[in-house]
Design a protein around this ligand. Structure first.
Ligand code: AMP
Ligand code: MG
Length: 414
């Protein structure tokens, strides 16, 4: 029996599997304009109705030629011009050239574009300063459909739109995008000690920082955030807010109150309202975590300590919300081996997500050092970090020089 089992701790992978197996994607879709579609998940494949480019065009400013003409003479008079949006029309007489600009339509019969820098204007026309052997057929010509061909699937259903996708879709002339409705996620902080920003702290109070972190992550994960504020440790109020949140949202997220303290009332309320598992995870920080189902929504109870709250949002809630949002192309952060340049304190028993600062050394290898204070309440360790140093459950202290696995923060933390 491993030490997780002996301590009754659930391994992170097991928790994640359980959580994902219980969540089904939202099924409603709607359509919106491309300009508003960033961050939405595609409800249908995007197939191109046209070739891109829709016609063969020049990759350079220069002169359109027929190589056969150049074989006769390296000086040719100009027959006309083809500019972007204004193609050459008329007849292209043999032994002539056509002035052409970048993006302009290639005249019929042209088999190369010679860049302007290789030409001079003379009384007799344009002189090409090159040897014929250097002129490759189709040089500087972007063929029709070079980028995307008509009927091609460029993005698949389940893909979440990034800034890189928007101009691609625009190039296809598509404006109406069918997307999955963003899941609604209601969230609130619990704790008598929490004060909202803008008010002075009284003795024993702290500012409610988690709600700010939770909100931005919900939005970064592609969901709609519904902020229900700070709720005191009062069973009646908590129950009321849980009922309201459950009615309004697809997911309810709380921070605080899921451990075993005397003011941790959420367990009793949730036992009454739904089916919630209170887990003790083999993860550090972030051991206390709750997950389950309310009458209309899913529930995630995050630990109150700020680093634990953000970490469990990232490691557990992020994949769950991706599944819920229909984002089937979501990928977990990749693990990269790196050389430790500092010691990392650790005891066997839990997977440790320490905060690290990675760099790439002169040999091109990843190196990582600790951010220092790894306390679950010390949020500056998250702010200055650029990666997690994921130390295996059974591993103990790591000395400088050992290899560790790091996970670079994904876009949700940037
Ligand atoms: P709890 O999980 O409620 O026992 O809280 C654990 C620790 O996290 C305590 O030190 C709390 O004061 C702190 N904490 C709980 N909620 C928040 C919050 N919203 N913002 C900052 N710290 C919090
Ligand atoms: Mg509390």
């Amino acid at each position: 029996m491993d030490c997780c089992a002996t301590q009754g701790l659930i391994p992170v992978e097991t928790a994640l599997e359980t959580l994902l197996s219980q969540v089904s994607p939202v099924s409603n879709t709607h359509s919106l304009a491309l300009a508003d579609a960033i961050g939405f998940v595609l409800a249908e494949d995007i197939r191109s109705p046209i070739n891109v480019p829709p016609f063969a065009n020049s990759a350079m400013d220069g002169y359109a030629v027929r190589i056969a003409d150049l074989e006769q003479s390296l000086t040719l008079p100009v027959a006309g011009k083809s500019f972007a949006g204004i193609p050459f029309e008329g007849e292209w007489q043999p032994q002539t050239t056509v002035r052409i600009m970048t993006g302009a339509k290639i005249p019929e019969g042209c088999d190369a574009v010679i860049m302007q820098e290789l030409t001079t204007e003379t009384d007799a026309g344009i002189t090409f300063e090159l040897s014929l052997a250097d002129v490759k057929p189709q040089a500087n010509i972007r063929p029709i459909g070079d980028d995307v061909s008509q009927g091609q699937t460029v993005l698949a259903k389940g893909h979440r739109l990034t800034p890189r996708d928007i101009p691609l879709i625009a190039s296809l002339g598509i404006n109406d995008i069918s997307v999955v409705d963003k899941p609604k996620v209601a969230f609130f902080s619990t704790g008598d000690e929490l004060k909202p920003l803008g008010q002075p702290l009284e003795d024993g109070q702290i500012y409610d920082s988690n709600r700010y972190g939770i909100k931005v992550l919900i939005e970064r994960f592609g969901c709609e955030a519904v902020d229900l504020g700070i709720i005191p440790d009062c069973p009646e109020t908590l129950k009321e807010v849980f009922l309201k949140a459950d009615k309004e949202a697809d997911v309810v997220i709380t921070s605080g109150g899921v451990s075993v303290g005397e003011a941790d009332y959420t367990k009793d309320i949730l036992d009454e309202l739904g089916q919630i598992g209170f887990w003790k995870l083999a993860i550090k920080p972030g051991k206390p975590f709750a997950f389950g189902q309310l009458p209309n929504s899913y529930f995630c109870g995050l630990p109150g300590n700020p680093v634990s709250a953000m970490l469990t949002m990232y490691v557990l809630v992020q994949p769950m919300l991706a599944k819920l949002a229909g984002h089937t192309k979501w990928e977990a952060p990749k693990s990269i081996p790196a050389k430790a340049t500092s010691t990392f304190k650790k005891h066997p028993g839990r997977t440790d997500y320490q905060r690290g600062i990675y760099s790439i050394n002169e040999q091109g290898q990843f190196e990582v050092s600790t951010t220092g204070n790894q306390g679950s309440g010390a949020f500056s360790s998250m702010s200055i970090a650029n990666c997690f140093v994921v130390l295996e459950r059974e591993r103990g202290r790591v000395d400088a020089g050992e290899t560790v696995n790091i996970e670079l923060f994904n876009a949700s933390l940037y």
